[in-house]
Design a protein. Structure first.
Length: 291
């Protein structure tokens, strides 16, 4: 019955460990609680909290737990704080927030762009080909949900540079053993690339395929929660984009899975047969991924 009401949008209920003991019977209340977290500074006069914490939150989406408590304490809804953990668990399940101990990550607040120096460092690493999930319609929050899900993944951590996480508005970088994983998003695609943390080291294809499996498990779970399934097609980019190390333009460079069945090592790129003609090594491009 609860699942029926959940599907009908009347309540929030997940029959999952850690969540199934609670039901949110007032969905609007829950929406308001979240809205209060993403409201802008003009609306939050009177909330106590250091301006440094505010600034960090508005730029990076990194929300100190103390600031969150201040926001909710001020929300004049006395019941918010006493249900804090339950609310956070539900928000995390919905991909709105990644919950931590001292601070939380609210991806839709992240306005941060990577600087050129960091981009150059990424460009210099040895890396896999770019695996692309192209969508006809891609709701942007799919990407946020994917990032939040990967943040909970065992062994995946988000590294920091000078205390700031490698989480940007259209890109997230994870560390996984000897590897770095880049997940990025464009208007119509989610992209995955694996880099070796040490320059010039070659990548183990079993690891890149394992990473692909992890990402696709989360991606399929996110898509599966929608009634009308939003499907993607998989493929690779025929060559690197020299100007940007992530969130690369796909149009005109996309080789769909079904069109690259051969393992030809010396083929003219089907996307660039006439203009900007170049050769591709399909074996090299495909070997990192399971198709
Ligand atoms: Zn090409």
């Amino acid at each position: 019955m609860l699942r029926f009401y959940h599907d009908a949008g009347k309540v929030l209920y997940f029959n999952e460990t850690g969540l199934k003991q609670s039901v949110i019977i007032d969905v609007q209340w829950f929406v308001d609680v979240f809205k209060h977290v993403i409201t802008d500074t003009l609306h939050v006069d009177g909330i106590i909290g250091s301006s440094g914490d505010w600034y960090e939150y508005y730029e990076t989406g990194n929300l100190k737990d103390t600031l969150l408590e201040n926001i909710w304490a001020d929300s004049k809804k006395t019941d918010t704080l006493c249900h804090k953990q339950t609310i956070l668990d539900f928000m995390q399940r919905l991909g709105l927030v990644a919950v931590g101990k001292e601070s939380h990550y609210v991806p839709c607040m992240n306005r941060k762009e990577m600087n050129d120096n960091q981009k150059n460092i990424l460009q210099s690493k040895s890396k896999s080909s770019l695996l692309v999930y192209r969508f006809k319609v891609l709701p942007f929050f799919f990407f946020f949900r994917l990032v939040v899900a990967c943040m909970q993944e065992k062994g995946w951590t988000v590294p920091k540079s000078e205390g700031i996480s490698y989480l940007y508005k259209n890109m997230a970088l994870f560390a996984f053993g000897q590897y770095n994983i880049i997940l990025s998003v464009t208007a119509d695609s989610i992209q995955l690339q694996v880099l070796h943390a040490q320059d010039e080291q070659s990548l183990d294809e079993r690891k890149t395929r394992q990473i692909q499996g992890t990402v696709e498990t989360h991606l399929n779970a996110i898509i599966g929660t929608f009634h009308k399934k939003l499907m993607f097609v998989r493929g690779i980019r025929c060559q690197e984009d020299k100007s940007t190390p992530f969130a690369m333009k796909i149009e005109g460079y996309f080789l769909e899975e079904k069109d690259i069945q051969s393992e030809d090592q010396n083929e003219i790129c089907p996307q660039h047969r006439l203009e900007n003609k170049h050769k591709i090594n399909l074996y090299e491009l495909k070997k990192y991924w399971v198709f």
